[in-house]
Design a protein around this ligand. Structure first.
Ligand SMILES: Cc1cc2nc3c(=O)[nH]c(=O)nc-3n(C[C@H](O)[C@H](O)[C@H](O)COP(=O)(O)OP(=O)(O)OC[C@H]3O[C@@H](n4cnc5c(N)ncnc54)[C@H](O)[C@@H]3O)c2cc1C
Length: 397
């Protein structure tokens, strides 16, 4: 069995940044990353791709190009954890042992949970910015919208990565139609499994203003359960009160945010909590049961917004605590629950929501970030992608 001092599961945003920061602090560590994909994605820009203002090819790089030097890349998928024996098994049947384990496999998109979705997505006006393959199709759909059309935007009742993304595409679509002069002639509806626009009042008020300005109809507590692409019909289940009641709506275009969960191999592992997420201390990011296991990113049960922004604040905490553990010191790193949601509310306009645990507002700039601003749009479009590829993945930001 091959052994590593630090074994990382997942070479996405969290796994790569962690490996890079660890090696910056302790050059001689033997680190390996288990990651099956030969591609690495910058997912936050898919909202801009769907709006036609970002080249999809700038959101993808080879995994090989982002794996830090001196890290062993195990190009396999992790399948089983045996934390009592400090071992991870892969789908290929190989076993790897470790002194310390970092688990960061992201969130699972359950496209299958909506009947008919897989068969029709990418055609019939059915699209999703949640996929590299379909984000460009969102903009194709936008260009085809005509007066008289009905456009639906869905959000599931499950946790999602970037909880604001189901709305970002809606505001961009509305603004696109406004610029084209047909906004008033198109029906826009947000159909959400949630119960409100945003969990923090100051941002919710700002978003409500956009909803009113664009004339978007809001429906809460409805989960999308089926799509018939050819008939252009979407079926929703009402989640409150009338248990089991379903509603079918016609659409000309629908943007689907798929239901999401912890990855199956996590859910079925000893690392999971009752809901399937990796069970870690929300401040130290150390596993509650297995001391030499840490986790971060979208797959944990820390109650923060599942975003890359959260990952950026989690990485240094995890790295400091992991090194402290190696040196038999107390874990002093404490994650604040920080996450951020750059809400694109129109072309050139962005509300930058930033908050931590218990919905504590944690804004970076010395102005009210709930107001739509061009400067924040420029941050999202130009600065953050650069920061991601050149600093965050290199472990220097
Ligand atoms: C449309 C959209 C818009 C977004 N907008 C923003 C935004 O504006 N701001 C923001 O901060 N965040 C945004 N996000 C969220 C952000 O992309 C994620 O929160 C971030 O990528 C989480 O990092 P992660 O490492 O946990 O997961 P990921 O980056 O998804 O990486 C997970 C990795 O684990 C690998 N993996 C999966 N299964 C296995 C296995 N069995 N074994 C080994 N490896 C495995 C995957 O291949 C992948 O490489 C957005 C996401 C989307 C989809």
């Amino acid at each position: 069995m091959t052994h590593f001092q630090v074994l990382i599961v997942g070479g996405g945003n969290a796994g790569i940044s962690t490996a890079a920061q660890l090696l910056r602090k302790k050059k001689d560590l033997q680190v390996a990353i288990i990651e099956p994909s030969d591609k690495h994605y910058y997912q936050p820009a898919w909202t801009l791709v769907g709006a036609g203002v970002f080249d999809i090819n700038r959101t993808i790089r080879s995994e090989a190009s982002v794996i830090p030097q001196h890290v062993t890349w195990i190009k396999e998928a992790a399948a089983y954890f045996d934390p009592e024996k400090n071992t991870v098994l892969t789908t290929g049947g190989n076993a790897y042992s470790y002194d310390y384990l970092v688990v960061a496999p992201g969130i699972q998109l359950n496209w299958d949970a909506v009947k008919g979705l897989k068969e029709t997505i990418g055609k019939n006006g059915v699209t999703s910015n949640y996929s590299f393959n379909y984000a460009p199709y969102t903009f194709e759909c936008l260009k085809n919208i005509k007066p008289g059309d009905t456009i639906l935007f869905t959000a599931p009742s499950t946790p999602t990565k970037c909880g604001g993304a189901p709305q970002k595409v809606m505001y961009m679509t509305a603004d696109y139609l406004r610029k084209k002069g047909i906004l008033k002639k198109v029906k826009l509806e947000f159909v959400s499994g949630g119960s409100m626009l945003f969990g923090i009042k100051k941002y919710a008020e700002s978003l409500q203003k956009m909803v009113d300005k664009y004339g978007i109809a809001l429906h809460f507590k409805y989960d999308l359960i089926a799509i018939d692409g050819e008939k252009k019909q979407a079926t929703f289940k009402l989640l409150s009160g009338w248990g089991g009641v379903t509603v079918t709506k016609k659409f000309d275009m629908i943007h689907v945010t798929p239901p999401q969960s912890a990855p199956d191999f996590i859910r079925n592992s000893p690392l999971a909590d009752a809901k399937g997420w990796i069970d870690v201390n929300k401040f130290t990011l150390q596993h509650v049961k297995y001391q030499n296991v840490f986790a971060l990113g979208d797959a944990t049960n820390t109650p923060n917004a599942k975003t890359g922004a959260a990952v950026r604040k989690q990485v240094p905490v995890l790295v400091n605590n992991l090194i402290a553990l190696m040196q038999h010191k107390t874990l002093t790193g404490k994650y604040s629950g920080y996450g951020s949601c750059p809400l694109t509310v129109g072309y050139g306009k962005l509300v930058l929501a930033e908050f931590g645990y218990d919905n504590k507002v944690m804004e970076t700039f010395p102005f009210d970030q709930s107001k739509p601003r061009r400067s924040m749009w420029l941050l999202k479009k130009y600065i953050l992608p650069w920061l991601y590829w050149h600093k965050i993945l290199k472990g220097t930001a």
